[in-house]
Design a protein around this ligand. Structure first.
Ligand code: KG4
Length: 338
């Protein structure tokens, strides 16, 4: 039997809708919110308002690109959390309203599960997917985690950040350099031209698999402060080397813990996900690491690294097959672990 799942993502500053047919992606529409660039970070109230303006056209466009009408839908999968509550409320309310109007089931999706399961987005039935159990380095603007995925629903967080996320480290240090928000992609671009060994920044010493990035941020800040006293043009003259050295330090921190986790939890497949997994250096480091360890690396398409509804629809599809539906009175949640 044919089933069509509509996925809706509205957890932060991207409004997205996607349609999958029997597990195969037909459309994935994303409206990013430019309004936050002026503020150097996401402004929650502006994000909610932009979601309200975007949600109807984005869903209509996803249905149009899929070549179906809303009456064809079998279920609606939506991001219930974690994320910004006001943003989540828009997607959740819209999903509920449409599910009631069409009299079809609702499937709630944990945003972090969706990132891990983004590797199950298939554009054709021949597209390969990871084998359970696999480990996922989940690195975004809000999270840095090492997740052990045993099945579609059984996931354990082995380690997580105790302060900033890797994306925040990129963004905050980029801001100190005067780069626009979000700074991660700018650092990535500059780093390609720079010397990763030129500057040394602090690395945390934390037991277990947990991450910390706040010490690195402080050490980056102090380097800039001290050097700017000597030469006010220090940043301008060294921006590529600063970016390359910062990126290399973040990657070293990420890879140290991933190596430790793999040693204690041997798996045959390692995946990465989240906005920071778009970073060229991170992608290369994980590929090289997996090759050295004889493990299969799963590097997502860049379009599926940042927030997108394709991953929500994919995660929702497996819950739909299990008839794991969500009651209409389920509220969104801003915080939750995996
Ligand atoms: O997963 P995501 O879209 O949403 C949040 O969790 O917020 O991740 C956004 C984060 C931002 O911190 C952004 O700077 C970072 O992902 N990012 C990158 C790159 N592309 C996005 N960081 C480093 N290099 C990139 N190429």
């Amino acid at each position: 039997m044919v089933n069509y799942i509509l996925g809706i993502e509205s957890s932060c500053d991207d409004t997205s809708a996607a349609v999958i047919k029997n597990g195969i992606l037909l459309s994935n529409v994303i409206a990013s919110q430019k309004v936050h660039e002026n503020y150097g970070g996401v402004v929650p109230e502006l994000a909610s308002r932009a979601h309200q303006a975007n949600i109807v056209p984005v869903v209509s466009e996803a249905l149009r690109q899929a070549g179906i009408s809303k009456q064809d839908l079998s279920a609606i999968a939506f991001t219930r959390g974690p994320g910004l509550l006001g943003s989540l409320l828009v997607g959740t309310s819209f999903a509920k309203g449409l599910a009631i109007a069409l009299d079809i089931p609702l499937v709630d999706v944990n945003h972090l599960h969706a990132h891990v399961l983004s590797h199950f987005i298939q554009k054709t039935p021949e597209d390969k997917v990871p084998e359970f159990p696999f480990m996922c380095l989940l690195v975004s603007g809000g999270n840095s985690q090492i997740v052990l995925a045993r099945s579609f629903s059984d996931m354990e967080i082995l380690g997580k950040t105790i302060d900033d996320a890797a994306g925040e480290a990129f963004d905050k240090c980029a801001k100190l350099m005067g780069l626009p928000y979000p700074g991660g992609p700018h650092i990535d671009r500059l780093a390609a031209e720079g010397d990763p060994k030129k500057f040394k920044f602090a690395k945390p010493r934390i037991p277990g698999y947990d991450y910390s990035f706040s010490g690195l941020k402080t050490s980056f800040l102090y380097t800039l402060r001290d050097e700017l006293k000597k030469d006010p043009e220090f940043i301008e003259k060294n921006k590529a080397d600063l970016a390359a050295s910062l990126q290399a330090t973040i990657i070293e921190i990420l890879m140290d813990k991933l190596e430790k986790a793999l040693k204690d939890h041997p798996v045959k497949h390692i995946a990465i996900g989240g906005g920071v997994s778009a970073n060229s250096g991170v992608r290369k480091a994980v590929e090289d690491f997996c090759e050295r360890k004889g493990v299969k690396a799963w590097i997502p398409e860049r379009a599926f690294t940042t927030d997108n509804a394709a991953m929500v629809a994919a995660a929702g599809y497996f819950k739909y097959l299990d008839k794991d539906f969500c009651p209409l009175d389920s509220p969104p949640y801003s915080r939750v672990t995996i």
